[in-house]
Write a protein that binds this ligand. Structure first.
Ligand code: UDP
Length: 336
């Protein structure tokens, strides 16, 4: 019989790609999303239940009416800049919301969880690339909120036998390769979509000189002065979740584990802009502006532990594949 996975935040960017992959691989999927930031029409498989993580009644009814084998927990707020100005929102959603979910899981005896964590838990690392043993000292409330949940997961494993794998994502990028779903944030703050929006604007007759594209900081200690990030294709993130679930099934004695998910390669902001110019065929201009609060200069993964222990290999490790898939999506679904 197929297994049933509850995907919280399944109407969001990464969650909706997860739903698609689970469905393709024969799992039953229940999506739980409050639709505050997610889009119902991004849920292309499974059953969508609209509900908030704090709403225990609705959560409980999901657990009692379906035979859930595991939870993949994506529902969270994930803007670094916003977390600096609105920390209350971040701790409420990401920490207490997650605790409400964990308590419901324990009550209904569902004790297998894959959790979306982040490289933002590392803050400004002393050494690169970042391994799972790199000290975690987040420099923004978003990273702090995810680190707090990682701690809660360790304690719930010890006390209540809740098995979990926290996947520390580096920078998610790209879209489904068949163009069926893509990235839609409102507001959009992420680098790659913003570059592609600018390319769309110029392609439809806009003047390159009136650019909306901003480069946040050019005085970092990096090869061209702009921030370095490790961009990982969203489908590769999702395939790692399935491998994590399989690992917990194979090794039921596991407690709380953590793995980095990246491709072990960093690009500067300017390198990403250049790659986008090449793929879109649009000459892009940008304005250099002040640094954005909460941005570490360089985040590059050493994801070898995930590659070895989860038996996971990124299929789209070249950033050009992420850019190409995202570009095809935005050409077909330009922002309003
Ligand atoms: N960035 C930028 N201009 C933008 C958006 C982002 O220069 O309009 C930079 C940002 O400072 C960071 C990198 O691009 O160094 C990736 O930012 P993004 O928001 O995509 O992801 P984050 O690393 O914050 O999760």
């Amino acid at each position: 019989m197929s297994q049933t996975i509850l995907v919280t935040g399944g109407a969001g960017y990464i969650g909706s790609h997860m739903v698609r992959l689970l469905d393709q691989q024969g799992y039953n999927v229940i999506v739980y999303d409050n639709l505050e930031r997610g889009n119902a029409d991004a849920v292309i498989a499974g059953k969508l239940v609209q509900g908030d993580l704090h709403d225990r009644q609705t959560l409980d009814s999901v657990f009692t009416s379906h035979n859930i084998d595991a939870v993949m927990h994506f529902a969270a707020l994930a803007y670094v800049g916003e977390s600096v100005t609105e920390p209350a929102m971040y701790y409420r959603n990401n920490v207490t919301g997650t605790q409400s979910l964990l308590d419901a899981m324990c009550q209904h005896d569902v004790k297998t969880l894959v959790f979306s964590s982040t490289c933002a838990t590392y803050g400004v690392p002393e050494k690169l690339p970042i391994t799972e043993d790199t000290p975690q000292n987040p420099i923004n409330p978003y990273g702090q909120s995810k680190l707090m949940v990682e701690q809660v997961l360790k304690d719930y494993a010890t006390a209540y036998g809740l098995r979990s794998i926290a996947l520390r994502y580096f920078n998610a990028a790209g879209c489904s390769e068949d163009g069926s779903i893509g990235e839609r944030h409102d507001p959009e703050t992420h680098l790659l979509p913003l570059i592609l929006f600018e390319a769309l604007r110029i392609k439809s007759g806009g003047n390159a000189k009136d650019t909306n594209l901003m480069v946040f900081g050019d005085d970092f200690d990096t090869r061209d002065g702009t921030c370095v990030r490790d961009y990982i294709h969203v489908n590769d993130l999702c395939s790692a979740h399935i491998q994590a679930f399989k690992r917990m099934q194979k090794l039921p004695e596991l407690g709380a584990e953590q793995f980095n998910l990246g491709v072990n390669r960093g690009y500067t902001v300017l390198e990403v802009i250049d790659a986008c110019s090449e793929i879109t065929g649009v000459d892009l201009s940008y304005n250099k502006v002040a640094r954005r609060a909460g941005d570490p200069p360089m985040l590059v993964a050493d994801a070898s532990r995930a590659m070895n222990e989860l038996q996971w290999t990124p299929q789209f490790a070249d950033i050009r594949q992420s850019i190409t898939h995202a570009w095809n999506w935005f050409l077909a679904h330009p922002p309003e």
